[in-house]
Each structure stands twice: as structure tokens, then as C-alpha cells.
Design a protein around this ligand. Structure first.
Ligand code: ADP
Ligand code: MG
Ligand code: ZN
Length: 489
């Protein structure tokens, strides 16, 4: 058998993100939650494609687009042009979509995505504004078995940002990391909820495979409409493997557009290169060129918040946190702010605060269906609990049970500790008395321990903790037990 040749997967992503402005891109209709709003209730003559209407550009949408483009370090075009992309589909009442084509709002950006090797650079080719389509729901009549489709135009005309990368990703995992990094940025910028299940962010993956080390690009296959990170990752992995097998067999990969069949976990062909659409783009005659002044750009640039990557690095540096903890805390601005308030309010070390937040509190909140820390427990109240721990007034186990009770009752840590008499017993005499009592009650175990069954120390330790209702200082218990069992050391 000839040696297996190594292949390289090349991926470029096109990401569509709704700009969650108050109103739509070219009319005054409100942007509603398409998963809950009654169908066709946020619709007007403009977004339903009536003849004789005129679109007007939504300034807020341009502002949001600028935020994203600047966060991705793009060059902003002072003048960009809206065009008509013509095609027929039942979710597109006008028969064309208004989109920037030859002259996009922004170009030549970059995004560094986290990776084991310390970060990988993905170049951003362009960022442009367009409008979303309506939504189709396909149904089957249970009685007649006839299929039909329902049209909801609530989403029609919502501002949509398209972010196109260069083919710079080399694995499904890298593509996912890029998608996640983008989502984090959009959420930080407050332009998109990142709620993938509601379809506010969608991916198209372009995939090709070539022999490792070669510098040409193979024919690409475009996978349409990937609505989750899981689908994105699986579809790319599937497609890369399919193309590899074709190349292995000495054949050529055909350029085509495919869909992802979630049930079958495979890509299915939608159209070949010959069937590709000709959108007959031409400049939108009803809209003037979009002019963005340098002053506007600078104003938006100055208003950008600290971005996820920068925040994560700062958390590592400023608070001495490990990278994984810093990443967890920087995932959402609200969590990051909560952590900083907590770290500044408590006497405990920032690292301790971070561990309690990402460990105990996250676990308790997850069990309560993932409510946000700030809504469940004021950071100052949490800080007071960590202070009690830091001062040695309570031990770790007690702190965990007090935390749980704080969430349930809303009482302060000190109130709970005093009411339940949970102060840690560090008083040596009290602990020594408990040690004596336990040793006297378990003579057989003590004898076995002395005969070499060293694991029994753990049992005796547990008994002393039990005797003190879990309130003894574990370090004092360990010290006194050792002293009693090994009097000569
Ligand atoms: P179109 O606008 O027709 O979809 P583009 O050439 O602009 O085509 O590319 C769209 C996306 O496909 C970009 O994200 C780009 O990075 C990616 N891409 C282009 N060529 C390849 C390739 N050979 N393999 C993988 N991705 C590619
Ligand atoms: Mg494309
Ligand atoms: Zn409208």
C-alpha cells in the first residue's frame, strides 16, 4: 500500500449576524423576537416589498456595523454603495435583497483566535451591511398529507451584517473557535444577543482540501445555513473527510453548494457550479451612497469597550489568574464586571475569588437554570462571605453550605453563620477534646492504624470533623491527630 498522503483542510467563513437595532434596516418597523412574536405583526409596505416605496438607511445599524468593523480592525470606506441582489424566493417579497457588494463598508480586518499555539490570525476580507429575509415554515397537513409553507415577514428587512473571512482556518475546531470569538465580540459590543437558537447568528463554511504543503487552493464547497457551533464543526469535519476521500481516489472535487442534514449528519448537494445563481447585481437606485465621515469613525472607535481578548489578558496579568479561568470570566461582560467588583470588595486573594465564582457559584447557578451571578447574589454579599473564609472564621465546607443558603434566603453570610452557630473551631483545646473523644471511641481503628494501615488516618480525621459538625479548622485537626498518633515525632 502506498503511504497515506497528508492533506490540509482550508476553511473560510461567511458569518451573518443580525444587528439588533430598535428598528429595521430600511423602514421603521420594530425588530421583534421572531421565535415568539405573532407572525407578520412587524411589517410595513417597505419591508413587505410593496411597489412605490422608498428605503431609508437606519443610522443605528450603520453605527453597530462600524463597531464590529472597528473591533475587527478593518479599514472603513468613507463611501460605500448598496446594491440589489436579484433572486426569487418566497421569503423575499421584493425579488431582490439590498446588500453591499462591490463597495462594502469595511475591508481588511483581522481576528486573533485563541489556540494552543498561543493564537492564530484570521484575516477578515470584508464586513458589509444588508437586509435579512423573511422566514418560511414548512408544514404537512396531518389529514391530507399535503405540504405547504407559511411566510412570516417579521424578520424581512432586519439589518444583517455579513463578515467574510479569508480562507485562513485549517480545522473544524479552528473554525468553531473563530465563530465563538466573533460571537463574544458581537455580544461585548451590544449589537447581537448571540442567541444561536433564535438564528440571530448564522454561518456559511467554505471548505476545500489540498495536499499538505502545497500553495494552491482546491475547488471549494460552500456549506449553507449552519445555525449552531456543533453543526458548523461537524459539517466541516464531514465535508473535509468527503473531499479527502475524493482526492485519495485520484478524482477532482467539484465546486458546489451543499446543505447540512442534521438528522443524517451529512452534507447534501443543493447546486453545482453550473447551476450557480447569477444575481445580476446593480447599484440600488433608491439609496444614495452611504457616506461615513472620519469623525463618525473616530467617535465610534473611541466608544468601543475593552474587547474579550484584551480583557482576558488583563485578568491574567492584573489578578494573576490562569488562562482558562480568565477566559471563563471574560466570556461575558456581565460576568467579568461581577468578578472585578467581587475581587475589589473582598480581602481574599483575586485568585480565590475567581475560583469561588467559577467553581461553587457557577455550579449552584447552573443547577438553578443558569441565572446570572449579579441577579442572584450581589457581589458585595459574596465578598463578605469570602472575607469570613479569609479570616478563618469559617472553613471551606461551611462556606459552601452558607453560599447555598445565601442564594436561597438572601441573608448575609454573617447572619447565617451566627444563626446556625457555624463559626470554625480553631480553638486547640476544643479540637483536642474532640480528637480524644474520637480516639477513645475507635480503639480498634487506632490499633490498626498503628499496625500500618495508614489509610485509617483519613477515617479518624473524618470522625473528628463529624464530631465538630464540620466546623473544626481542618489544619488544626490534622496537626493534633498527628501529634496524638505519633507522640515521638
Ligand atoms: P463568494 O463571494 O462567491 O461566496 P468568495 O471568493 O468571496 O466567494 O469567497 C467566499 C468565502 O470562501 C470566503 O470566506 C473565502 O475565504 C472562502 N474561500 C474562497 N476560496 C476558498 C477555498 N479554495 N477553500 C476554502 N475557502 C475558500
Ligand atoms: Mg458565498
Ligand atoms: Zn417595515
Amino acid at each position: 500500500m502506498p503511504p497515506k498522503r497528508a492533506y490540509e483542510t482550508i476553511i473560510g467563513l461567511e458569518v451573518h449576524a443580525e444587528m439588533q437595532t430598535a428598528s429595521k434596516m430600511f423602514c421603521g418597523c420594530p425588530v421583534v423576537d421572531f421565535t415568539t412574536a405573532a407572525p407578520n405583526t412587524a411589517v410595513c409596505p417597505v419591508c413587505s416589498g410593496m411597489p412605490g416605496v422608498l428605503p431609508v438607511v437606519n443610522e443605528q445599524a450603520v453605527e453597530y456595523a462600524l463597531r464590529v468593523a472597528l473591533a475587527l480592525e478593518c479599514t472603513i470606506a468613507e463611501t460605500s454603495i448598496f446594491a440589489r441582489k436579484n433572486y426569487f424566493y418566497p421569503d423575499l417579497p421584493k425579488g431582490y435583497q439590498i446588500s453591499q457588494y462591490e463597495h462594502p463598508l469595511a475591508e481588511n480586518g483581522r481576528l486573533v483566535i485563541p489556540s494552543k499555539a498561543g493564537g492564530c490570525l484570521v484575516r477578515v476580507r470584508r464586513v458589509h451591511l444588508e437586509e435579512d429575509t423573511g422566514k418560511l415554515t414548512h408544514r404537512t397537513d396531518p389529514e391530507t398529507g399535503e405540504t405547504f409553507s407559511l411566510v412570516d415577514l417579521n424578520r424581512s428587512g432586519v439589518a444583517l451584517l455579513e463578515i467574510v473571512s479569508e480562507p485562513d482556518m485549517r480545522s473544524a475546531a479552528e473554525a468553531r473557535a473563530y465563530g465563538e470569538a466573533l460571537r463574544r465580540i458581537l455580544r461585548y459590543l451590544g449589537v447581537n444577543s448571540g442567541d444561536m437558537q433564535k438564528g440571530v447568528m448564522r454561518f456559511e463554511a467554505n471548505v476545500s482540501v489540498r495536499p499538505a504543503g502545497s500553495d494552491w487552493l482546491g475547488n471549494r464547497v460552500e456549506i449553507k445555513n449552519l445555525n449552531s457551533f456543533r453543526a458548523l464543526e461537524r459539517a466541516i469535519a464531514y465535508e473535509a473527510e468527503r473531499q479527502r476521500a475524493i482526492l485519495e481516489a485520484g478524482e477532482m472535487v467539484e465546486q458546489q453548494t451543499v446543505g447540512w442534514d442534521e438528522a443524517a449528519q451529512q452534507t447534501v448537494i443543493q447546486r453545482s457550479k453550473e447551476e450557480a445563481h447569477d444575481y445580476r447585481y446593480f447599484p440600488e437606485p433608491d439609496l444614495p451612497p452611504l457616506v461615513v465621515s472620519p469623525e463618525w469613525v473616530e467617535r465610534v472607535r473611541a466608544s468601543l469597550p475593552e474587547l474579550p481578548q484584551a480583557k482576558m489578558r488583563r485578568f491574567e496579568r492584573e489578578y494573576g489568574l490562569p488562562a482558562e479561568t480568565a477566559a471563563l470570566l471574560a466570556e461575558e461582560p456581565a460576568t467579568a464586571d461581577y468578578f472585578e467588583t467581587l475581587a475589589h470588595a473582598t480581602k481574599a486573594a483575586p485568585r480565590t475569588a475567581a475560583n469561588w465564582l467559577t467553581g461553587a457559584l457557577f455550579a449552584l447557578l447552573n443547577a438553578r437554570e443558569g441565572s446570572a451571578p449579579s441577579e442572584s447574589l450581589p457581589a458585595e454579599a459574596f465578598a463578605a462571605l469570602l472575607d469570613l473564609l479569609d479570616e478563618g472564621l469559617i472553613n471551606q465546607n461551611t462556606a459552601k453550605s452558607v453560599l447555598e443558603e445565601m442564594l436561597a434566603s438572601g441573608e448575609s453570610a454573617l447572619t447565617i453563620v451566627e444563626r446556625r452557630g457555624l463559626r470554625q473551631i480553631s480553638d486547640e483545646a476544643a479540637v483536642a477534646a474532640a480528637v480524644e473523644k474520637v480516639l477513645a471511641a475507635h480503639p480498634a481503628q487506632v490499633a490498626q492504624y498503628r499496625a500500618g494501615k495508614s489509610g485509617l488516618l483519613h477515617f479518624l480525621f473524618g470522625q473528628v470533623m463529624r464530631e465538630t459538625r464540620g466546623q473544626a479548622d481542618p489544619q488544626v485537626v490534622r496537626r493534633l491527630l498527628n501529634r496524638r498518633l505519633h507522640p515521638d515525632t
